[in-house]
Design a protein around this ligand. Structure first.
Ligand code: FAD
Length: 450
């Protein structure tokens, strides 16, 4: 999204001599659909967040333009859909009380964050967990911990002890564009929004990109600006020379050793190395990218409640986030008998490393606790492995506690002739598809950190 958005911005500014090098055979990156047992599901971005406020979210507006099928996500029914570890539902007032506690954190946290953002508190930050302790709303019971997990880990893909109060609360998507979220379920995929932007400046033939200015299967391995101009080298031995380069891979990729720089990042004017000169690499290393895994399962029949107010349900386990957040797709795809469960962080790393069969067995055990021993086995399972994929190394960024604004400015700052974009470079909407969109289209302004 950010790369296509940046290229379109250049094109609109009259700069048409551009070349896009993409490692895979498609555009979209972390916005990726797939066919699962005959239905289109999203392996990456799924929700258009930030809808319903006074300011319009551009991606939502674009989705209306192409009549992308999307469904309002109603998260208000957990009081009737939250299951205990050994089975059986929690009472609705117990669940309501746990949500009230987390709402207090959100409310007080939002206010405290604004206080920390005042000029005189520039270097001050605390984790969301510390704020919870301060306000005495830290989760104590198993149920409260699950509601806390759903609210924070389910959004940032990392736990409140990791997340910066100052930069995470109030949730920037809601603040800027509104609190509603729409779940995309369309055979053209969420990625059709990326194509909608690309079609405005790249040529297409028979529905596929035919423009010679985008080259697929070009894995960039080295960027050399030691000799004045910039030379980009790819894994298959190609060399491209350019006046300027804009880089849009995930921060997970920048943190890995997939792409090397000559001279190393950053360059000292005299070519010397010192700890002071590590600023760029430090800015990249310290920002956080989390893991968020949707495990899709298909069954011979639906054995879970369907109908109004049943779409989302929670399973509460003593282990934080253990097969906790569930969603069925009977609204989107009636009769599909598909549902998915979301894991994050350490649980996701574990799931990525074990076989699909092992994960299926664990998920089935949890489902049997909720719906009884006689439910049928899943016939299909699909698990995206974003962390293990060398072109992503994670799902979306989270602002870690104590990471100063100044360092984020450095994260965005160009080095010589190399500019940086990507969702992680957006100061408020980092993590999201619209953050990626704005980071690309506004990167000239965002990168001007003077
Ligand atoms: C599981 C999951 C769920 C998500 N849910 C949501 C959601 O509900 N709503 C939302 O708004 N956002 C969501 N996101 C986040 C959203 O998908 C991203 O913020 C956004 O798509 C990032 O776009 P980008 O352009 O910054 O990076 P990317 O999409 O990562 O694009 C970078 C591109 O660079 C390419 N590349 C990488 N390395 C190289 C190389 N060496 N050489 C050449 N090319 C390279 C990649 O193939 C990719 O095409 C989710 C992400 C994931 C993974």
């Amino acid at each position: 999204m950010s790369g296509i958005s940046a290229a379109k911005r250049l094109h609109d500014a009259g700069i048409k001599d551009i070349l896009i090098l993409e490692a895979t055979n498609r555009i979209g990156g972390r916005i990726k659909k797939t066919n699962f047992a005959g239905y289109t599901v999203e392996m990456g971005a799924n929700w258009l967040h930030g809808v319903g406020g006074p300011k319009r979210n551009p991606l939502y507006e674009m989705s209306k333009q192409i009549h992308l099928k999307k469904f309002f996500s109603d998260f208000s029914n957990f009081s009737f859909n939250t299951y205990k570890q050994e089975g059986g539902l929690y009472k609705d007032d117990e669940v309501d009380a746990a949500f009230e506690k987390v709402d207090e954190t959100l409310d007080y946290g939002g206010k405290y964050s604004k206080f920390l953002n005042l000029e005189k508190n520039q270097d001050d930050d605390m984790s969301i967990l510390a704020l919870e302790r301060l306000h005495k709303t830290d989760p104590r019971t198993r149920l409260e911990k699950m509601i806390d997990f759903f609210t924070f880990d389910g959004e940032q893909s990392e736990a409140p002890r990791v997340s910066s109060l100052k930069h995470v609360l109030p949730f920037s998507e809601s603040e800027q564009f509104g609190e509603n979220a729409y779940f995309v379920a369309d055979s053209r995929g969420f990625e059709s929004l990326v194509h909608l932007i690309a079609k405005q400046f790249l040529s297409y033939k028979n529905g596929a990109i035919s423009d010679p200015r985008i080259k697929f299967n070009q894995v960039v391995r080295e960027i050399d600006q030691s000799k004045g101009e910039v030379t980009v080298k790819t894994e298959n031995g190609m060399k491209y020379k350019a006046e300027l380069v804009i880089m849009s891979p995930s921060i997970g990729v920048l943190q890995s050793d997939l792409i090397s720089f000559r001279p190393q990042l950053p360059i000292d004017k005299c070519g010397r190395f010192s700890f002071v000169q590590l600023w760029k690499r430090r800015a990249i290393s310290e920002f956080s990218i989390g893991i968020y895994t949707k495990i899709f399962l298909k069954f011979p029949r639906a054995f879970w409640p369907t109908g109004n107010g049943t779409e989302f349900f929670l399973y509460v386990h003593e282990r934080r986030g253990y097969y906790g957040i569930w969603q069925h797709l009977e609204n989107e795809y009636p009769g599909s008998n598909i549902m998915f469960v979301t894991t994050t962080d350490d649980e996701s790393i574990r799931v990525e490393q074990q076989s699909n069969e092992e994960t299926k067995a664990e998920a089935m055990e949890v489902l049997r606790k909720m719906f009884g021993k006689n439910i049928p086995e899943a016939t299909h399972i699909m698990i995206p492995r974003w962390k293990s994929d060398r072109f992503y190394r994670g799902c979306f960024t989270n602002w870690p506690v104590g990471y100063p604004q100044k360092r984020h400015d450095q994260l965005r700052a160009p080095i010589g002739k190399i500019y940086f974009t990507g969702e992680h470079t957006h100061p408020q909407l980092y993590g999201y598809t619209d953050g990626a969109y704005f980071a690309g289209s506004l990167f000239f302004f965002l990168n001007d950190t003077r």
